[in-house]
Design a protein around this ligand. Structure first.
Ligand SMILES: NC(=O)c1ccc[n+]([C@@H]2O[C@H](COP(=O)([O-])OP(=O)(O)OC[C@H]3O[C@@H](n4cnc5c(N)ncnc54)[C@H](O)[C@@H]3O)[C@@H](O)[C@H]2O)c1
Length: 290
């Protein structure tokens, strides 16, 4: 083999003679990676925030099924422990960590402990979020600040601490930020603070994707539509009537299941999306079209 030609990462570089004999040209042929290897997270460590229930739980379960050791992070210690137990029950590795993502010291300690105990972080899913409804005319400043603190500052803190560790380790990684279709279009009155936070996460995602691409770290956003979760039920939107009314406005005719979102999260976390960064994947049953 000539010097300078061969297999570089996932690309095979060869030289071929032109038919007309005019010279040489270089061909880059992608190596064929088998599908199970592309979607596998075997040997990787994934941190999922807000994974004690709902969409985060669904994502943690799928990433574990793909082979990752999953760190189940939630402000609710009991729910985090229960999901970690559930995952370990399938034979996969999971660890529960109680942390509030808006607390800088807690996030630092989460990332440090994960790197010390598990060797590093390959995947971060920023899923923790809150969505209390309140018209802006009645909104207290503290209501606004709390939503921004969890939904936007939390994403910043977890991303910064994890990215520092990923860059230091030099093995790249994937970051998935769970936004919402509200990052693109308001779904209802009363979510002005929420929509501001999710638009913020989308802007943050694009800029950080640009900054981290040279380090082999991909950063993408995942925008769910209406998904039936405990958080949605607590908003009073979980009754049969409310679900039916919501589903009637969705082209696919149903609300999402956490696993609908988890499948897309696995896609963005794995090499299935190896050439994607700074994008936002919408998973909404067509709701934005309606
Ligand atoms: N369910 C939907 O219809 C929907 C739609 C679009 C986007 N989303 C987004 O998906 C994410 C998950 O939503 P969900 O419906 O599963 O919510 P959920 O309320 O059912 O679950 C959220 C989990 O996050 C945890 N959490 C909340 N604040 C936290 C904090 N400060 N630190 C750590 N953990 C915290 C909660 O304890 C809970 O376990 C959120 O970011 C939400 O905005 C949800």
């Amino acid at each position: 083999m000539r010097r300078g030609f061969g297999v570089f990462g996932k690309v095979r570089v060869t030289r071929r003679a032109l038919q007309e004999g005019a010279g040489w040209y270089t061909v880059c042929m992608p190596m064929h990676t088998p599908l199970p290897d592309l979607i596998s997270l075997q040997g990787q460590v994934a941190v999922v925030t807000g994974a004690g229930r709902g969409i985060g739980r669904g994502i943690a379960v799928r990433l574990a099924e793909a082979g990752a050791a999953v760190v189940v992070v939630d402000r609710d210690e009991v729910e985090a422990a229960s999901v970690a137990d559930e995952i370990r029950g399938t034979g996969a590795a999971a660890h529960a960590v109680q942390a509030d993502v808006s607390d800088e010291a807690a996030v630092r300690s989460l990332v440090r402990a994960t790197c010390d105990d598990l060797g590093g972080i390959d995947v971060l899913v920023n899923n923790a979020g809150i969505f209390p409804s309140c018209p802006v005319l009645q909104m207290e400043t503290a209501d606004f600040d709390r939503v921004l603190a969890v939904n936007l500052r939390g994403v910043f803190l977890c991303t910064r601490e994890t990215a520092l560790a990923m860059v230091d380790r030099g093995r790249g990684g994937a970051i998935v930020n769970v936004t919402s279709i509200d990052a693109l279009h308001p779904s209802m009155v009363g979510l002005a603070h929420y929509d501001a936070s999710k638009h913020g996460v989308w802007g943050f995602t694009k800029n950080v994707a640009l900054e981290l691409a040279p380090h082999g770290i991909r950063v993408n956003a995942l925008a769910p539509g209406g998904v039936l979760t405990p958080g949605v039920a607590e908003m009073g939107a979980g009754s049969d009537e409310a679900v039916a009314a919501f589903a009637a406005g969705i082209p696919e005719g149903r609300m999402g299941d956490p696993d609908d979102i988890a499948r897309a999260a696995l896609f963005l976390a794995s090499d299935m999306s190896s050439y994607m960064t700074g994008t936002q994947v919408v998973v909404d049953g067509g709701a934005l079209l309606a």
